[in-house]
Design a protein around this ligand. Structure first.
Ligand SMILES: O=C(O)CCC(=O)C(=O)O
Ligand SMILES: [Fe+2]
Length: 203
């Protein structure tokens, strides 16, 4: 660990109020992060994401995949998806994220952004099926991208760069009060993979 990384030990709340976001920085070596990146690119069943917007079915350029403990059904952007069963790699990563964050998770949504032209618009992860105020653990691999939070009322913005092999956790009331996004950028020409470990409430 270098001095710079020591600044991100996951103990500091990046939000000034109404939620908790901890950035742990890089939690593995560059080599390990590269290896996970290649394996995930290969073994994950990547599919173009679908959404229904104004009653019209659209496909995003970004690819996604969803894995979990059981074949949960999960609806967002007005489309229902079913979880695939964990791969060995995902279980390994889930364990690492659980140990670091001191939380447990039963599912993971993965995103593959092919280059800087792909991102994710302002939203909060407040879907009905998600455990209320449950933690969301976010691992990043590949291209370093900017990630931003915006307070729903005050419009205050907090942003940071998510390095390859880094971990971020959002918890408490974060999703109630803050939006987040991955802004598109003209400066990045290589892919980024993001994993968000979540807890789905089974009814
Ligand atoms: O790509 C990221 O870092 C975040 C993705 C995200 O916000 C989501 O999947 O809900
Ligand atoms: Fe999100």
């Amino acid at each position: 660990m270098d001095l710079f990384n020591d600044l991100f030990d996951g103990n500091q709340n990046l939000l000034p109020k109404d939620g908790i976001v901890n950035y742990f920085g890089q939690i593995m070596s560059d080599q390990e992060a590269n290896d996970y990146y290649s394996i995930l690119l290969q073994e994950i069943e990547w599919k173009n994401d679908q959404a229904v917007i104004f009653g019209k079915l659209i496909e995003t350029k970004r690819k996604i995949a969803w894995y979990g403990d059981i074949p949960f059904s999960y609806t967002y952007s007005n489309v229902t998806k079913t979880a695939l069963v964990w791969t060995e790699t995902l279980l390994k990563l889930k364990k690492i994220v659980e140990e670091k964050t001191g939380e447990t998770y039963n599912s993971c949504l993965l995103n593959l952004y092919h280059d800087g032209s792909e991102g994710m618009a302002w939203h909060s992860d407040g879907e009905k099926q998600l455990k209320r105020h449950g933690a969301i653990g976010s691992l990043s691999f590949g291209a370093e991208r900017k990630f931003a939070f915006k307070h729903k009322e005050t419009k205050e913005v907090v942003s940071l760069n998510l390095a390859s092999g880094s971990l971020l956790v959002m918890k408490g009331e974060t999703q109630d009060y803050w939006l987040h996004r991955l802004p598109p950028t003209k400066k990045i020409f290589s892919p980024r993979i993001n994993l968000t470990f979540r807890t789905i409430d089974e009814e």
